[in-house]
Ligand binder design. Structure first.
Ligand SMILES: C[S@@+](CC[C@H](N)C(=O)[O-])C[C@H]1O[C@@H](n2cnc3c(N)ncnc32)[C@H](O)[C@@H]1O
Length: 247
């Protein structure tokens, strides 16, 4: 079953404070997003609005967030009510979005890895493409489709583990389990493995071109705070990948 985020919305929000999220994930993702000044931006699978808020704070003119989880959207709206940025949030499914060619940029952090098969992946990519103006861009970070998850090392020192159940055959659609360790608490989420070719096929089928995959980058501050050695495992065997393409 796909992860239901409603009961873990607040714990997931806390996990975004882990240093690897800031110094590697957000640093690389926002680096690929680039300058959003004056742009119309849609954050699909926005969760509690972590990237949605950052994009508005970085000068986007219009920002909207959509997520399947009512609990996540509620958390996002609560933060919008407390610190008004002018972002609109709604509950919705990436495969069936109610926007029509309105956005210069669509971002989606950890959405595509919720597709359980090629047909769900194609539907997500088509849904995203429909939201973009011609020439618009899609940027995403996801479980890394080039990774062989059954043989990954431990990432416990970064505050998480990612694994594939040894009792399951490793195949397209295999569940990938992420366990996050917070101060005195832990929670798990599950998403699914589809390879690089499956992603590129779905993106091309939705009309995307110039697909580029990017390796993780370390923010200079991350090296200052923890030293380069600390990060080498995550940077060389990274279980997340970054991707951008054009409509
Ligand atoms: C790992 S969370 C990421 C949240 C946010 N993007 C972030 O990086 O903090 C994945 C999110 O994807 C959402 N999601 C999963 N399938 C979806 C779909 N088909 N349409 C929209 N959102 C979906 C979940 O509800 C969840 O909030």
């Amino acid at each position: 079953m796909p992860t239901d985020y409603d009961p873990i919305a607040e714990l997931y929000q806390l996990s975004k404070r882990q240093p690897w999220r800031t110094h590697v994930e957000a640093h690389t993702f926002l680096g690929r997003v680039g300058d959003v000044t004056g742009r119309a931006v849609l954050d699909v699978a926005c969760g509690e609005g972590f990237y949605t808020r950052l994009l508005k704070q970085r000068g986007a003119a219009r920002v909207a967030g959509v997520d399947l989880s009512a609990g996540m959207v509620e958390l996002a709206r609560t933060q919008e009510a407390e610190h008004r940025l002018g972002i609109t949030y709604q509950v919705g499914d990436a495969r069936n979005l109610a926007f029509d060619g309105e956005f210069d940029l669509v971002v989606a952090a950890y959405l595509l890895n919720y597709a359980r098969n090629r047909s769900e992946l194609a539907a997500m990519c088509a849904g995203i493409a429909r939201c973009l103006k011609p020439g618009g861009r899609f940027v995403t970070v996801n479980s890394n489709p080039a990774t062989h998850f059954p043989t990954l090392p431990s990432f416990r020192k970064y505050g998480f583990e990612v694994s594939h159940s040894a009792s399951d055959e490793w195949r397209e659609g295999s569940p990938i389990r992420w366990k996050f360790y917070l101060d005195g608490q832990a929670f798990e989420i599950e998403n699914y493995y589809l390879g690089v070719a499956a992603h590129e096929e779905a993106l091309a089928g939705a009309g995307f071109r110039d697909v580029r995959w990017h390796a993780p980058q370390l923010a200079p501050q991350g090296e200052v705070e923890f030293g380069a050695d600390f990060w080498s495992l995550l940077l060389t065997q990274c279980p997340v990948a970054f991707l951008e393409c054009m409509r």
